[in-house]
Design a protein around this ligand. Structure first.
Ligand code: ZN
Length: 195
């Protein structure tokens, strides 16, 4: 009796040692729950497919037929919600100046890049000339040769920043004036030839 108990205790300690080793090796043996319980239960006999199926087997299949409308909407989407078909874009236009494509209602990115570059140069020139201290007077940015176009009294009281290059052709002197429309040569108010 005592020998049997000692033998069982020895086996239990061996299994406990093995279980702890496996536990720290991140392996979780199924014997963990039997480690202190004595003999292992008899290993289960291998399952065959007949044991699983038995008299019948319920597969995970749809139980209701999906209508053709729902199938088509799942496949192609809905034009008012999520449309999965690639459709041609009809809102693209060609820029009249540079010829690049852009969307309707959006500035041409190529032409706008020129404006950004010019504005950055202008800001750098202002910062180099006047620094970062607050400026209360009106700042006039003049390109090369523009200072002589006005009498010296015209520039009095204004902070002048000069840029050593000619003004780009697309950059109007007066941004409030429309450059695409020629100024009127007569003072008649349209329509003038009704009588
Ligand atoms: Zn353009």
């Amino acid at each position: 009796m005592a020998v049997s108990l000692l033998n069982r205790l020895r086996i239990t300690i061996q299994r406990l040692d093995l279980t702890i080793t496996n536990f720290f090796a991140k392996r979780y043996p199924p014997e963990l729950c039997y480690a202190l319980g004595g003999d292992l239960p008899p290993s289960p006999k291998p399952l065959s497919i007949k044991d699983i199926i038995g008299d019948g087997f319920l597969w995970g299949v749809p139980t209701n037929r999906r209508t053709i409308e729902k199938r088509l909407k799942r496949k192609f989407g809905n034009p008012y919600y999520v449309y999965k078909i690639m459709v041609p874009k009809t809102t693209l236009r060609v820029c009249n100046v540079c010829g690049d494509d852009h969307e309707v209602g959006v500035l041409c990115p190529t032409c706008y890049k020129k404006v950004i570059t010019e504005t950055t140069q202008m800001q750098d020139a202002i910062q180099n000339e006047l620094g970062l201290s607050p400026v209360e007077n009106e700042i006039v940015v003049l390109y090369a040769g523009e200072k002589d176009s006005q009498p010296p009294e015209y520039w009095e009281g204004k902070r002048i920043v000069e840029i050593d290059k000619p003004r780009p052709a697309w950059f109007s002197k007066n941004l409030l004036q429309q450059t695409t429309q020629q100024p009127a040569t007569t003072t008649d108010v349209k329509p003038s030839d009704l009588g």
